[in-house]
Design a protein around this ligand. Structure first.
Ligand code: F6P
Ligand code: MN
Length: 325
């Protein structure tokens, strides 16, 4: 069975894609409410389970995953999903035009301390060679980040904020909790090219490679060092929170290689974190790299693959990459 041609909106965005994003937002509104209920609904704390990556699952990780999974698979727009909290892909409707990869609740160590968390999503096309009746496999998700037709995050903070790109810049929307709708609050996000702010988990300093050691040492040297200016440091322990700050006022964020952990040298996931955030950052005028190549050009080899990440203000990322040459 052949697939029907997509119906487009005036600005060229596919109508089914808009409906799919609305489905994600419906689930995220529910997640936002439950994150806010916290102790009152007994949703804080851990389950007794681990995810495929050996990490303890929080109750809200599991709940958020279930909400997104159910709503996406029932929507009719989604051919299959991949989630950080699912071992394998899950197939949806045969007529669905899209694949969705997501991190249902990023920054889960922040859940129990009433700090920032978020949902990250990446929307990929079903590969052209797949007909409507064909089964979807893991390999269909292994597309470079450049193939994403949309990506974004919903951040659960003092306000609930959506950052969205469909490849035509980045827009921010704020959830009006009295009416339940996401209202456009910034229609063209642009990251300043220069910055004096960096984000890195400095407790891992002993295991960074030499280029990152030198780069951060020069930042810390401040005004009298080679950089000639003072840098400030921020770390939210939630990638959504750090990327949001960078979209708002610039900065550089990195989760580099860990040389002391051969089994797992990288922390962040390519499909659920690095690619969707990479598209947002690039669409807002920033730069995103592993230190060796642009993240969006990586050909993934595994569903739960992890990569080193350097992203943010263009000029500062270029300076950091200069240490890696
Ligand atoms: O999902 C992984 C993640 O929680 C990111 O959201 C965050 O940037 C990072 O890990 C925090 O790492 P750490 O636990 O080293 O502070
Ligand atoms: Mn995460």
């Amino acid at each position: 069975m052949r697939r029907l041609a997509p119906v487009l909106r005036e600005d060229g965005v596919e109508l089914d894609l808009i409906s799919l994003v609305r489905t994600i937002l419906a689930a995220c509104k529910d997640i936002s409410f439950r994150v806010g209920q916290a102790e009152l609904s007994g949703v804080l704390g851990s389950t007794l389970d681990e995810n495929i990556q050996g990490e303890t699952q929080k109750k809200l990780d599991v709940l958020s995953n279930q909400l997104l999974k159910d709503m996406l698979l029932e929507s009719g727009f989604v051919r299959a999903i991949a989630s950080e909290e699912e071992d394998f892909i899950v197939e949806g409707e045969h007529g669905g035009r899209f694949l969705v990869a997501f991190d249902p609740l990023d920054g889960s160590s922040n859940i129990d301390i009433n700090s920032l968390t978020g949902t990250i999503f990446s929307i990929l096309p079903v590969p052209d060679n797949k007909l409507a009746g064909d089964a979807i496999t893991e390999s269909d998700f292994l597309q470079p980040g450049r193939n994403q037709v949309a990506s974004g995050y919903v951040m659960y903070g003092p306000s609930t904020i959506l950052a969205l790109t469909t490849g035509k810049g980045v827009k921010l929307y704020t959830l009006d909790k009295t009416h339940g709708s996401f209202l456009l609050t910034n229609e063209n996000v642009s990251i300043p090219e220069e910055t004096q702010e960096f984000a890195i988990n400095a407790s891992n300093q002993h295991s960074w490679q030499a280029p990152m050691q030198r780069y951060v040492r020069d930042l810390l040297d401040g005004k009298n060092g080679v950089r000639g200016k003072r840098f400030n440091m921020r770390w939210v322990a939630c990638m959504v929170g750090d990327v949001h700050r960078i979209l708002c006022r610039g900065g550089i964020f990195t989760y580099p290689v860990h040389t002391d952990n051969q089994a797992q040298p990288h922390k962040l996931r390519l499909l659920y974190e690095a690619n969707p955030m990479g598209l947002l950052i690039e669409q807002a005028g920033g730069l995103v790299s592993t230190g060796e190549q642009n993240i969006l050009d990586i050909q993934p080899t595994e569903l739960h693959q992890r990569v080193p990440v350097i992203l943010g203000s263009k000029q500062e990322v270029q300076v950091c990459l200069g240490y890696h040459d």
